[in-house]
Design a protein around this ligand. Sequence first.
Ligand code: SF4
Length: 460
Amino acid sequence: MEKFLKPVEHAVAAEKFISDEARTNWHDETLWFVRAKRDKIVHKLPEWESLRELGSQIKNHALSNLDTYLLAFEKNAQANGVKVHWAADAKEHNEIILEIARKNNVKKIVKSKSMLTEECHLNPFLISKGIEVVDTDLGERIVQFRNEPPSHIVLPAIHLKKQDVSDTFHEHLHTEKGNNDPQYLTEAARQHLRNKFIEADLSITGVNFAVAETGGFVVCTNEGNADMGAHAAKIHIACMGFEKIIPKAEHLSVFLRLLTRSATGQPITTYSSHFHRPRKGQEMHIVIVDNGRSKQLGREDFRNSLKCIRCAACFNTCPVYRRSGGHSYHNATAGPIGSILNPNINMRENADLPFASTLCGSCTNVCPVKINIHEQLWKWRQVLTEEGYASSGKTAGMKGMAFVLSYPKVFRFAGKAGRWIIRMFPGLVNNTLNPWYKQREMPVAPKHSFRDWYIKNKKA
Ligand code: SF4
């Protein structure tokens, strides 16, 4: 699968997406529909707010005692017959999987949706070593055929319409040209994937929740593809970021209730599969990955972001995500939470992301584990600017603004001069070099400021 080789500025990439106005409107409305479904279902639960609080506290507690819980998880998983591996970064994660595959002479792998493997660019790595990797989630398979990364963590092909899928399947699965009946297309994908499941020697899944107390883990899918893969193949490898740990099995009910309601507005995920030990004759491995997470844990202002359970509610509600599309975030995890997690991995390449937000706070309002998302985006802007990663234009503009706002006389003079220039030479602001002008009419500048008006009327 193609990885984001060359990061593009979010605004530049978004401009490309927005140029197809009909698609942008459709994308916006579709995701808003999912957000509205989430609202309806959570309002049916009187205990929703206490559930969120509980989820937040459990995650907080787990993050504060990570060493204890991760070691307990390892011990219990090993006692269950599972092989546990630790990976410091994406490279180690990929090498561990390659080694297991080579040791077992594996040529074909099926994978169920795992954003961690996307983050580590596992597919291109394995493919470059001569191993076939097939994504089995329908949306992921569609984007894999198109050599595109997923654009959403829960709905990976949400940027595509039925006709796009029909064209893609016609090219790769030889379905009837122009037939975009969803049932017909789904059936074609089902037949195609069934063979892949049967042929695969190894299955990779993600992990939604890993339980320290039992050494077991839970994988949630709506298509049952993780179960198909894990049950058919001789080897099952589960890949998890270390923040997926929760202390006890009884905590699962809290997160399973929060997750799908927030993600798709369903009361429960169709398949919430619990894995504990390999079946007879099967090998089961778990790869626990850091890849920058401990660094984020050490950043006090951003530590909370590790509570994320990847429901994507913050994506669906974000006015910027809905109108710019997931690919404009040039990382596996897009949207508001991606804009917090990605600068941690690489500040230079992801310095644009925290600015891709209106800071309206809608993300924070819907987050099921109460992450202060918009505050962290605002904090990142400060850190990135202080560290010298913000664009030079923005930094110079902010410095200029700070100077003007620091001196009342300068502020009044600048306002007066600005109003006069805009009235006399409107072309200076009404031109396409001004990003604000691109989508809106600039207002006509008044002759007097509000301050002048206020002083005059107060006296009168
Ligand atoms: S930050 Fe919150 S709302 Fe966004 S994906 Fe994570 S858990 Fe869901």
